[in-house]
Design a binder for this molecule. Structure first.
Ligand SMILES: [Zn+2]
Length: 271
């Protein structure tokens, strides 16, 4: 991607390096040990202890998280991609006389507290509609490159744009609680199509380079449900739902990419 001229978004919360009680504090360990000797199941006790420490640390975390585009290379990249999605969706919303309220992107490491519950890096990136924030662990980008063999900056941008797609769904009332696997696939494929819509306009803004499209299509293939065995934590986030096959993900992403119009992302009929 060529993001040199793109302004970095300030709607970023950098929670990397902030602990949220992943390790047990001294008090927590004491509870676990005491419970063990009283004959409880120690794993239950550790859960309780984790909640106690996490509750305290959770408040701290919100206070300390720096806001604004981080200075490091990855932080800048993510903030610029987010800035690009803000420019694109801002214009699209304006065309229909509505206002785009951008989401906040939270960078985290390992574990994170969201209004949808505790997020784990193992879940992959996710969007929480309750606080309108996208949660991204940069380790997922490394996974994308190594484990899923989908390298490239546009592959990473596609992942961000997909999560932004869920935010657009929330703003337009299209993000519904999926009652069935079928409904969740519709939601996910529409987010892929919206990611394509962004890609279309990013191309018009001269932000794409040769090979970028192939990177995104490769990523869409790599993270289709038939390829990716999801380890969901049972939280109410769209990412824990099923996403559609590789072929479907590629097809819907391309549809948005070709047309650039969100109206062409109607997944309510044929998938
Ligand atoms: Zn999704």
């Amino acid at each position: 991607m060529k993001l040199g001229d793109q302004e970095a978004s300030g709607n970023v919360e950098d929670r990397r390096g902030l602990r949220i009680g992943g390790g047990l504090g001294v008090g927590g360990v004491m509870i676990a040990v005491v419970a063990y000797f009283l004959g409880f199941d120690p794993s239950t006790a550790i859960n309780v202890a984790e909640q106690v420490t996490a509750g305290r640390a959770g408040q701290q975390e919100t206070r300390e998280a720096p806001k604004g585009a981080p200075a490091d290379e990855m932080g800048q990249f993510v903030s610029k991609v987010l800035g690009s999605t803000e420019a694109v969706w801002g214009r699209i919303f304006q065309q229909s006389n509505s206002q785009y309220v951008p989401p906040t992107l939270v960078l985290f490491e390992g574990q994170v507290r969201s209004a949808c519950g505790k997020g784990q890096a193992a879940m992959g990136p996710f969007y929480c509609p309750n606080d309108a924030k996208l949660y991204i662990d940069l380790a997922f980008f490394r996974d994308l490159q190594t484990r899923f063999r989908a390298p490239g900056d546009f592959a990473q941008a596609y992942v961000i744009a997909h999560e932004v797609g869920h935010h657009v769904q929330k703003l337009t009332g299209k993000l519904k609680q999926a009652e069935s696997a079928q409904a969740s696939v519709r939601t996910e494929l529409q987010a892929d199509c919206y990611a394509g819509v962004w890609g279309h306009h990013a191309g018009a803004m001269k932000q794409l380079e040769a090979g970028d499209i192939a990177e995104a299509l490769n990523a869409a293939t790599a993270i289709g449900d038939d390829r990716l065995q999801q380890q969901s934590q049972g939280r109410v986030v769209p990412e824990s739902f099923t996403h559609g096959s590789s072929e479907q993900r590629v097809r819907w992403f391309k549809r948005g990419l070709d047309s650039g119009r969100p109206a062409d992302c109607d997944t309510s009929s044929a998938l």
